[in-house]
Design a protein around this ligand. Structure first.
Ligand SMILES: [Fe+2]
Length: 515
């Protein structure tokens, strides 16, 4: 290998981690024009069974390059387009705005960690105090300025205070001790186990509190600096009036497509795309023709190296091929539909949240002006309605931390997220971008909050906010069988904006086209 073979040198460097070397006869001209990551993953994949050190010969490499070139042929897709389809949405101009999340990457040192939590405390305090909540509760709850001020209150006083939860402990008597903190100090609050209905409901509210969330608590100052909880006040959302939309269009929600997984339900997905092209029964043609926006909430591909042993579950182990296949589907969506694509924890953009939008290295030469890449999370305005979309990775930690939540009802977990005005209340439950600012606070109250990740559809309305989980296009995985989870694949929630109602279109049947 001489000095000029820079590509070969780079490939050799990547392969050295897998104890694989390249024959000295291999040179740059053989591999130029092909993505090095693709070649490397192909070589590693092909040598997975071998133990010890391996040298790849020129012939072996040539064979693999041939295979890669054949894989590069775009996937032919069988989408049916109805000839008598006259979609209303085609004649209506799209009205949308995208607000991607800022992604600040810094060295995650201790001072930054402190400023991250301060930022969270201040933003949440602002929400609790200013956004109407305090105005309503102020009559009933005498707020202390901060924890230090509260500690100066006389015995018997009842005051409320805002803090960030640092710990929750069950004492040996079965009471609950909550520790909250702000920038002036720490407060230990007791939730006493009692038999009255009031005591039980307060204890239940205390049990639902999760680490790192910011909330307000009304306490009674007891003897010797003992603080007894009287009421839990979540930041919450005020009751929101339904915004009226004049334009008679609809938005459809998808997520967790998992292209590249052996369990991706391709035939059903193609039925759905045919449905968007008007290939459906006369009753549904009108609705199909109203779809103006399509929001895809992450896990658009299965990805590679997401969990140990994933290789055996992959239909394609080439990440670029997975995205190429996805884009071939997006290409078949009618161009008058604005499509918004967000990454999830399976996508190849790094796991830390907020996640950047799927970038040019994956998009390559796919170029459609109606397809827009979003950060995870993102806030959009569609026809004036504010749509908050987030993949939903934090739902795992919320479901395991809060009694009564389960994978069967993702909408309930989403309501708990909304009540806390934070997309990922429990720090460390999922990976967060090291940052001085907390970019996952739910600042303004959306009209629609959309998530995926759970692979189970769910719809609810909480204080006027439409809550939607858009399920999946992946059939039940072995892991889901082992954990007793039952997904609801191929069901598309569609929101008719003028009517203000959701309907669910089911594509799970073998031959149905949204029947
Ligand atoms: Fe997923």
């Amino acid at each position: 290998m001489n000095e000029d073979n820079k590509l070969v040198a780079e490939l050799a460097r990547v392969l050295s981690n897998s104890r694989i070397a390249l024959s000295g006869e291999i040179n740059d001209s053989m591999i130029s024009g092909i993505d090095l990551d693709v070649i490397a993953s192909k070589i590693v994949e092909g040598n997975r069974e071998s133990t010890g050190f391996r040298i790849i010969s020129t012939d072996e490499l040539k064979k693999m390059l041939e295979e890669i070139k054949t894989e590069k042929i775009p996937v032919p897709i069988e989408v049916i387009r109805s000839s008598d389809f006259k979609p209303d949405a085609a004649d209506i101009e799209a009205r949308f705005e995208i607000n991607n999340r800022p992604i600040e990457t810094i060295e995650g040192g201790v001072p930054d960690f402190v400023s991250y939590f301060k930022d969270r405390l201040y933003k949440m305090r602002h929400i609790i105090e200013v956004q109407g909540r305090r105005a309503i509760v102020n009559e009933m709850f005498d707020f202390a300025h901060d924890i230090e001020a509260l500690k100066k209150s006389p015995e018997g006083a009842e005051k409320s205070v805002i803090g960030i939860v640092t710990n929750k402990i069950i004492t040996k008597n079965g009471n609950l001790m909550l520790i909250i903190e702000d920038d002036t100090g720490e407060l230990r609050i007791m939730f006493l186990k009692g038999t009255s209905q009031q005591a039980q409901s307060l204890f239940e509210s205390g049990s639902a509190i999760v680490n790192d969330e910011v909330l307000a608590i009304k306490v009674r100052v007891g003897r010797g600096g003992l603080y007894i909880a009287k009421e839990v006040i979540f930041p919450d959302v005020p009751i929101k009036e339904k915004k009226s939309v004049e334009t008679d269009v609809a938005v459809a929600f998808l997520s967790d497509i998992h292209v590249g997984s052996k369990k991706f339900m391709k035939a059903n997905f193609l039925h759905m795309i045919s449905w968007l092209n008007g290939e459906t029964n006369p009753n549904q043609k009108e609705l199909a023709g109203k779809i103006k926006y399509l929001v895809i909430g992450g896990d658009v591909v299965e990805g590679i190296g997401v969990y140990p042993g994933q290789e055996k579950d992959l239909a394609s182990s080439d990440i670029y091929a997975q995205y190429r296949e996805l884009f071939s589907y997006l290409d078949a969506i009618p161009e008058y539909i604005e499509v918004f694509v967000m990454p999830g924890n399976h996508d190849a953009v790094g796991r830390a949240e907020p996640q950047p939008a799927i970038g040019p290295e994956l998009i390559k030469d796919f170029n459609k002006s109606n397809v827009h890449m979003l950060t995870n999370p993102s806030v959009m305005k569609l026809e004036g309605l504010e749509v908050l979309t987030y993949h939903g990775t934090s739902l795992d930690s919320m479901i395991s931390a809060i009694p009564g939540l389960s994978y069967a009802t993702p909408e309930k977990a989403m309501i708990e997220v909304l009540k806390r005005r934070h997309l990922s209340p429990i720090y460390g439950g999922n990976v967060i971008v090291p940052s001085k600012e907390d970019n996952l606070v739910i600042g303004s109250v959306p009209d629609i909050m959309h998530m995926g990740h759970i692979h189970k559809n769910g719809l609810a309305n909480y204080h006027g906010v439409e809550i939607v989980n858009s399920g999946t296009w992946q059939s039940r995985t072995d892991l889901q069988v082992r954990t007793g989870m039952v997904p609801t694949p191929c069901v598309v929630p569609v929101y008719e904006m003028k009517k203000g109602t959701f309907s669910s279109i089911n594509f799970s049947g073998e031959k149905t086209l949204g029947d």
